[in-house]
Design a protein around this ligand. Structure first.
Ligand SMILES: [Zn+2]
Length: 694
């Protein structure tokens, strides 16, 4: 049924292929001639490059991308399983069939799977009742929290909202203590799963049950409770297959990354049954959420929960798959497109809508190569493994290659859940804002005829709306937050209701997410064109004026918040310098672009400017890392302790503000020191962009 539908309404790529063959026949002679002249006639070369970029867009095919997604989602393919390996083979074969240089990097890492789970509830006056915790009727891994410790816990149920500090303070006000209890929390407000479990553990709770709410939410949300990213047994270095250093499982550094009490995700219905049975003080108004029950109580009890989780940990082999298109003029500069491949279940949205788009970009590039196109810089397709356990595949690879990435990576373009529904949601480092905006004007909107993505995106948001990358929720984290590589993360739609459940399947995509696969085609277009511009533009399309503007905005938000407690003058001074250098660089780029005659000196001048544009982002890195979280080196974007969810920048300053163990005076000094560190980081970025020694 579904397949018949596909064949009738999808645009088959046949017209495209005819077009390509025609181009092959007609185009080669001109191309050969032009290529010889490239160095002498840059104008002509750039015309040819534009032509290739337009051709890239014309090769769009929603039919092809739907077929990739179908093949990728036939079976569940969790990292470390046989089906996970088969999916890696599928991606590898796809790249090989396109004649792309293909390779696989393997790592041995610690993964975690469930073996036995049981949950019973004893409601008042009733006998104990078994509660179903899996999604009945699916052949997928049962809902669990990876790296939850094994154990049995018995205790009265208590509701703690999102499990934030302020939620426990509210419980304290009405005299509720969660010690010895099984805490029930809902997901949200930027609390990580691990953070929510840790919060309960610190207050003496014996276990945590976690649910996701929402009008259309179905199933149970799986996830990891490990803190930080990457393989826990090789923190900071690549967990290479043979002879690599591994920490012991019981070492303190490893133990600290996992909660000490067991936890489990449950469905909203299960949570509702438990919460409605509680007595004690009424829940605050804002805690009611989707349950909308004015009689809801927080407990503890009288309902008693008896919960057992047994899991096994395994040293598993994971597979990162790559395809490389070597640059013709600057092969030692890398533009990376990345997406993870492993999924909790079928992964139609998360992550294989992105994988399907990745495979389609590769297909289109391979066709361009047959027409004679070669990128100026090297393009690398990255298909990561074990992201769901904590960005493990990408982190190990970044750690292993930190030196070459640090000196050679131009940008990392991540797409995870490419299509969740309607509307573009981009996040990126600010020097890329203009480039993205420019590209959205060149691609047709998938949901509105005669409109561009730009038209619809700006109409929906009443202007340009770009988010930043402080979250640690996909594979851009190691690239930006550890290696300082300018990064992008983008998707269509947001907050899809089947996230990490058995319902994230091809059927859901066909019925809800993207019935005609036009959104997939649009993401592939945006992603591929972004990479083409970064790989082919003679001068990198980076704008550091945008970065300086963004930093200035952050500074004014924070200085208003802290009202004279500390001085922001050091940061303001650095930002002023960055503004000035950005201005100079813009002029320099304009002049270099205008220079018509190509000489060795001109080539060198462009290369020197590009290096400064590329390396400026690295200036924000600090060897000491974030206060309390040293692996994260970027002082503008990275994870903080969430003292205020609106402050999702300058994580080290945010962490300093939330230090509760210090006296007021000590705290003031800590914050001021962090301000100085950020000021020096911004100055380093300005110096790198200027390229002069002091
Ligand atoms: Zn994902």
């Amino acid at each position: 049924m579904a397949q018949n539908l596909c064949s009738t309404i999808f645009k088959r790529p046949s017209t495209t292929f005819i077009f390509v063959i025609l181009l092959c026949v007609l185009g080669f002679y001109t191309f050969e001639k032009t290529q010889i002249q490239t160095s002498a006639k840059p104008q002509k070369a750039s015309k040819l490059t534009h032509h290739f970029h337009d051709t890239f867009l014309s090769l769009s095919s929603n039919y092809t991308v739907s077929q990739y997604l179908r093949a990728l989602t036939l079976h569940p393919h969790l990292a470390g399983t046989r089906e996970g390996y088969q999916t890696a083979q599928y991606v590898k074969t796809h790249f090989e069939n396109l004649n792309l240089e293909t390779k696989v990097s393997e790592y041995e890492v610690l993964l975690s799977y469930p073996t036995q789970i049981s949950l019973t509830a004893k409601f008042s006056n009733l006998n104990s009742q078994e509660i179903e915790t899996s999604e009945v009727g699916f052949d997928v891994i049962r809902p669990y929290h990876a790296y939850s410790p094994s154990g049995t816990a018995v205790g009265e149920a208590v509701f703690a909202n999102y499990g934030r500090d302020e939620d426990y303070r509210a419980l304290g006000v009405v005299g509720v203590n969660v010690s010895g209890c099984v805490v029930v929390v809902r997901r949200g407000e930027g609390m990580s799963r691990g953070g929510a479990v840790k919060g309960a553990e610190l207050r003496g709770a014996v276990a945590v049950l976690m649910y996701t709410e929402g009008e259309y939410v179905k199933g149970v949300e799986r996830g990891t409770v490990m803190k930080g990213v990457g393989d826990p047994l090789s923190p900071g270095w690549g967990s290479v297959m043979e002879g690599g250093e591994r920490l012991g499982r019981n070492e303190k550094e490893v133990e600290e990354r996992f909660p000490k009490i067991p936890s489990l995700p449950i469905s909203m219905e299960t949570a509702e049954g438990i919460l409605r049975s509680l007595e004690g003080p009424k829940v605050p108004l804002e805690w009611r959420g989707a349950l909308k029950d004015s009689n809801l109580r927080v407990g503890p009890g009288p309902t008693v929960l008896n919960f057992t989780y047994q899991g096994k940990e395994k040293n598993a082999t994971i597979h990162d798959v790559f395809a490389v298109i070597r640059g013709s003029e600057e092969p030692d500069r890398y533009v990376l497109l990345g997406n993870h491949r492993d999924a909790w279940t079928f992964g139609a949205v998360d992550p294989n809508s992105g994988t399907a788009a990745l495979l389609d970009v590769a297909r289109r590039y391979a066709l361009l190569m047959r027409l004679g196109w070669r990128p100026r810089r090297t393009i690398i397709f990255c298909s990561w493994d074990a992201e769901e356990f904590g960005m493990i595949g990408s982190t190990e690879w970044v750690e292993e290659n930190i030196m070459n990435l640090g000196s050679r990576a131009v940008a990392y373009l991540n797409v995870d859940c490419a299509v969740q529904g309607p509307g573009l949601f981009p996040s990126m480092t600010p020097q890329l804002d203009d480039l993205l905006t420019d590209i959205t004007k060149k691609i047709k909107d998938p949901d509105a005829a005669d409109k561009t993505i730009f038209d619809q995106w700006t109409a929906r948001n009443k202007g340009i709306n770009i988010q930043r990358l402080s979250g640690v929720d996909s594979d851009f984290a190691p690239f930006l937050q550890h290696a300082g590589v300018p990064s992008v993360d983008m998707y269509y739609g947001k907050d899809f209701p089947v996230y990490h459940t058995a319902f994230d399947s091809y059927d859901w995509m066909l019925n809800h997410g993207d019935p005609l696969f036009h959104r997939h085609a649009a993401v592939a277009g945006l992603w591929g064109l972004l990479a083409l511009r970064l790989a082919d533009d003679p001068i990198l399309p980076f704008n550091y004026h945008s970065y300086a503007m963004q930093l200035q905005e952050y500074t004014s938000i924070l200085s208003n918040k802290l009202e004279g407690l500390v001085s922001f003058t050091p940061i303001s001074r650095s930002i002023k310098n960055l503004f000035a250098v950005a201005q100079e660089v813009e002029e320099e780029a304009k002049n270099l672009r205008a220079e018509g005659v190509s000489s060795d000196l001109e080539v060198l001048k462009k290369r020197m400017l590009n290096d400064r544009l590329m390396l400026a982002e690295r200036g924000f890195l600090d060897a000491e890392g974030l206060l309390g979280n040293q692996w994260f080196k970027h002082l503008v974007y990275g994870p903080s302790n969430h003292y205020d969810s609106k402050v999702d920048f300058f994580p080290s300053i945010a962490n300093a503000i939330s230090q509760s163990t210090q006296t007021k005076r000590e705290n003031q000094a800590t914050i001021q020191h962090e301000i100085w560190r950020v000021a020096r980081a911004i100055q380093r970025a300005a110096n790198a962009l200027k390229g002069d020694l002091s």
